[in-house]
Design a protein around this ligand. Structure first.
Ligand code: CA
Length: 242
C-alpha cells in the first residue's frame, strides 16, 4: 500500500506543486489549506508523514504540530519561510522532526520525505521486533541499562528517566542520546553524529544535529543554557560527559 502524505500548505500553487511531485513518486497525497483542515485530515487519513507549512490560516503550523504530537507519532517535516520561524522550530519543542526553508527544490524535499519515511519504517520494524522479544523474555529478565547518575537509559525498554521520572524523548532524540551514551567522553563531530545517527544517505546539514542536541539538552540538563552533560567542543562538535 502506498504511503500517505498529508500536505498542509495554504498557497494553492505550492500545494499543487507539492502534491503533483509527491504523487509522481508514488505516494498517496492528501491536502489541507488551513490548520483546522489539517487536524481533521490527519485524524481521518492517519498519514505516514506530514509536510506542514507554518504560516497558515485558522491555526498555524506550530499549533497543528503541538496538537498532533499528543495524538500520533507521524513524522512532521515543517516548511519555514522566515528566520524567526526557523528559530522557533530550532529552539522550541514544537514536535517537528525536520524542517526545510523556503524556497527549496523538489529534489531536496523528496530526499527529506524519503529519509523521514524510511526512518519511521525502520523504527516501526525495530519496535515490533523488540515488542516480540520482550514478550517472549522471562519476567525475571534483567533490563540492560546505562546509568549516568540520575539519568538512566533503559536499553531494553527504550526508556529514559531523569531523577526517576520518565522523559518523553522522540525517536531521534533517543537515538542521539544512545549514541552519546555509547561514546561517553569522546569528541564527536557533527558530521560523524549525522552519519551515524541519521544514516550516511541522510540529506541534511549538521544543523540538524544542533537542533536535536538543543532539544535533548532541554530535557536532560539541569540548566540547558549551561550544559554539563552534552558539552560543545569549540570548532569540533560535542562530547557527552555522562
Ligand atoms: Ca503559508
Amino acid at each position: 500500500m502506498p504511503e500517505i502524505i498529508l500536505v498542509v500548505e495554504d498557497e494553492p500553487a505550492l500545494q499543487e506543486t507539492l502534491a503533483y511531485n509527491l504523487k509522481k513518486e508514488g505516494y498517496t497525497v492528501e491536502t489541507a489549506g488551513d490548520g483546522r483542515a489539517a487536524l481533521e485530515s490527519a485524524r481521518k487519513f492517519k498519514p505516514d508523514l506530514l509536510v506542514l507549512d507554518i504560516m497558515l490560516p485558522e491555526l498555524d503550523g506550530f499549533e497543528v504540530a503541538r496538537i498532533l504530537r499528543r495524538e500520533m507519532t507521524t513524522p512532521i517535516l515543517m516548511l519555514t519561510a522566515r528566520d524567526d520561524e526557523i528559530d522557533r522550530v530550532v529552539g522550541l519543542e514544537v514536535g517537528a522532526d525536520d524542517y526545510l526553508t523556503k524556497p527549496f527544490s523538489m529534489r531536496e524535499l523528496m530526499a527529506r520525505v524519503k529519509a523521514q519515511l524510511r526512518r519511521a519504517r525502520l523504527l516501526r520494524e525495530e519496535f515490533d521486533r523488540e515488542s516480540a522479544e520482550t514478550q517472549s523474555a522471562t519476567r525475571e529478565m534483567q533490563h540492560e541499562t546505562l546509568v549516568f547518575d540520575n539519568l538512566i537509559v533503559n536499553l531494553t525498554r527504550r526508556e529514559v528517566t531523569l531523577d526517576g521520572q520518565p522523559l518523553q524523548l522522540k525517536p531521534q532524540e533517543y537515538e542521539l542520546l544512545l549514541f552519546f551514551a555509547e561514546h561517553k567522553g569522546q569528541m564527536l563531530s557533527r558530521e560523524f553524529i549525522l552519519e551515524r545517527v541519521w544514516g550516511w544517505d541522510y540529506i541534511g546539514d549538521s544543523r540538524t544535529v544542533d537542533v536535536h542536541v538543543r532539544w535533548l539538552r532541554q530535557k536532560i540538563e539541569a540548566d540547558s543554557a549551561k550544559p554539563e552533560r552534552i558539552v560543545t567542543v569549540r570548532g569540533g562538535g560535542y562530547r557527552f560527559e555522562g
